[in-house]
Design a binder for this molecule. Structure first.
Ligand code: F6R
Length: 605
């Protein structure tokens, strides 16, 4: 969702801001803008559409001169995407410019308060009230004006601020929205995430809720909510710029699909010590719990659905998975005997954060499975296991999902061992298969050219179904989401046995049904569902294990994936489906890395 960048240094700010916005594009947005503070006050350029449009507009404008500025990519919440609603927003007197990520919940009340004072609002955004407040409280002391402004705001925000009276300074503040500081040599930055900064600096400071930062090119002061300076050391972030660039791939999504063997290896290997899974970073007594609840959104939730099956099978504890946006409204039966596992690539998903807070309040112990180090979820959770997938830029998650599933598999084995519910023999055999996941993922990637041919055959279908049973069904959910979100083709995932209870009415000649049949013990059952849809004219693309020959007489087309332990199959089985979604979207000329209406990091509820 909205991306923020701020820069103060000795060179021109505009090129740095535009470069930062390009790197934040993956978060999803529909308009963009920059403001630069210089000798003639604050000037800004904004546009609906892509950052390329903004770059053109900035080149046509010769007023954006100055070494200090803020930039923004906006994902519309209050008000349509338009030039006027794009950020930055400027106060009527031209003294303050602001960029904002998040939602000001009391903006209606604040807006009418200022309308009564005669302020004419330019935009429909909630953000514009922030510049009104700043201008209203400003008496020559910017920090004081910011503190007074923040005390009036309710909701979540990360804001970047320029003041025309201080053309060599930038300010930022945050509450419940991501914002980090980048510490450079003779230059300083803030940004929504590290991807915007790694080409400039790898030394970062996490800003905590309620803190304000004041920066010049050579100095940086962080104030706590009471306005007192606080010392916070910078951390070195190991991500490199190559990991956040395309390295010759046409799209980030394809690059990230191809990176999965490496990401799995990085996630799994360091946690295996002397033949046992060791999580140095967690302190959990499994005997305390009578129940596990997994909560997350979108693909992370689908990873949780796989995890539910694996944990329940190995640990014999009741496990539930629930989407985070629903969990809170169920008044969940959660207490100190519940372990709540929260899954999130970004660590910033608003619904997931809210659910986690609710469960903590009810006494649960929380374990977060997160990719982004230092993210809000990682900070709030009692325990964290990081997925070491590296930066994920494409909006549609791929390596984020497979590494989440791998961590859930490892957790299931670890917990089953702690509870004494798995024999050493079964554990060791699973461990061998776990360690071979990277190699088998690589072999699944070798299906790429075959998948591309199938995508060329089926790319023009208007609607399709993914069916499977048990763990295959969990993978259907993710395969179907991948396809619809990047190709805009309607697709549904169905538990194979459930289709006949109504939805089979939609099966008609030519309808493509992707049937996942990797679970050997349920193969015959799924075959009977395949026969039901074929009898109604559907074409079937079967996905099965390499040793399965029967599938050839049941399906029109077949993709065979490497054999592995049935509990670990999802990590491998999803790979051809990711490739299928990718090649179908490519054939349909879709904007694969930035699908319409979507955002990478969903920081609003
Ligand atoms: C789909 C996708 C989303 C995310 C969801 C949760 O490809 O990426 O469904 O999985 O928005 O995001 P995180 O994992 O960042 O909490």
């Amino acid at each position: 969702m909205c991306g923020i960048i701020g820069f103060v240094g000795s060179g021109e700010a505009a090129p740095v801001l535009l470069d930062g916005l390009k790197r934040l594009e993956y978060r999803g947005y529909d308009s963009a803008g920059v403001a630069v503070s210089g000798a003639d006050g604050i000037n800004m350029v904004k546009t609906i559409g892509k950052v390329e449009e903004l770059v053109k507009k900035v080149h046509e404008c010769d007023r954006l001169r100055g070494s200090c500025g803020i930039g923004h990519t906006r994902w519309a919440t209050h008000g349509i995407p338009s030039d006027i609603n794009a950020h930055p927003h400027m106060s009527e007197d031209g003294k303050f410019a602001v960029v904002h990520n998040g939602i000001i919940e009391n903006f209606t009340a604040l807006r009418s308060e200022f309308e009564q004072k005669g302020v004419k609002f330019q935009s429909e955004t909630d953000t514009e009230v922030i510049v009104c407040l700043l201008a209203y409280y400003y008496d020559g002391d910017v920090k004081k004006a910011i503190m007074k402004t923040l005390s009036r705001l309710e909701g979540s925000y990360a804001i970047g601020i320029l003041c025309a009276d201080e053309p060599e300074k930038i300010y930022a503040a945050k509450v419940a929205s991501p914002l980090i500081i980048g510490v450079g040599a003779g230059e300083n930055f803030f940004a929504s995430d590290i991807t915007a900064l790694v080409s400039h600096t790898k030394n970062v400071i996490d800003l905590d809720d309620g803190e304000i930062v004041e920066m010049t090119a050579d100095s940086l002061v962080i104030y706590n909510h009471a306005g007192k300076p606080v010392e916070k050391p910078a951390k070195f972030v190991a991500w490199d710029i190559a990991a956040a660039e395309k390295n010759g791939y046409e799209h980030f999504m394809l690059k990230e699909i191809m990176e999965q063997p490496g990401a799995l290896k990085a996630t799994i290997e360091p946690r295996i010590k002397d033949g046992w899974i060791v999580f140095d970073d967690i302190d959990i007594d499994m005997t305390k719990f009578n129940r596990i609840l997994i909560t997350a959104c979108g693909s992370a939730y689908y990873a949780g659905c796989v995890g539910r099956n694996v944990i329940e099978t190995l640990c014999r504890i009741p496990v539930e998975a629930e989407v985070a946006s629903e969990l809170r409204y169920r008044h969940p039966l959660v207490d100190e005997k519940t372990l709540v596992i929260v899954v999130s690539q970004s660590g910033e998903t608003a619904d997931t954060i809210a659910s986690m807070k609710e469960c903590k309040k009810l006494g649960a112990t929380t374990l977060a499975i997160v990719n982004v180090v230092g993210s809000t979820i990682a900070k709030l959770a009692d325990n964290v296991i990081y997925t070491w997938a590296g930066p994920e830029i494409a909006v549609a998650t791929t390596k984020g999902y497979t590494t989440q599933v791998a961590v859930l598999d490892m957790f299931a084995m670890w917990a089953a061992e702690k509870l004494g519910r798995i024999s050493e023999e079964e554990y060791k055999s699973l461990l061998v298969d776990l360690m071979r996941l990277p190699e088998r993922a690589q072999r699944a990637l070798d299906l790429s050219s075959r998948v591309k041919k199938l995508a060329d055959k089926y790319y023009d279908r208007s609607s399709l179904f993914f069916i499977g049973r048990n763990i295959d069904y969990s993978v259907c959910l993710e395969g179907s989401l991948k396809l619809k979100e990047i190709s805009y083709i309607h697709s549904e995932a169905y538990a194979a046995g459930e289709l006949k209870h109504g939805t089979i009415a939609l099966i008609e000649p030519g309808r493509l049904v992707v049937a996942l049949c990797c679970l050997e013990e349920l193969f015959e059952k799924t075959v009977s569902n395949i026969e039901q849809v074929k009898a109604r004219g559907a074409q079937v693309l079967g996905v099965a294990l390499e040793n399965n020959r029967r599938i050839f007489s049941e399906a029109d087309d077949v993709l065979l994936v490497p054999v592995t332990n049935k509990l670990l199959v999802p990590v491998i089985e999803i790979i051809p489906l990711q490739l299928f979604a990718y090649y179908v979207a490519r054939k349909n000329k879709c904007d694969i890395d930035k699908p319409k209406n979507l955002a990478k990091s969903v920081t609003v509820e």
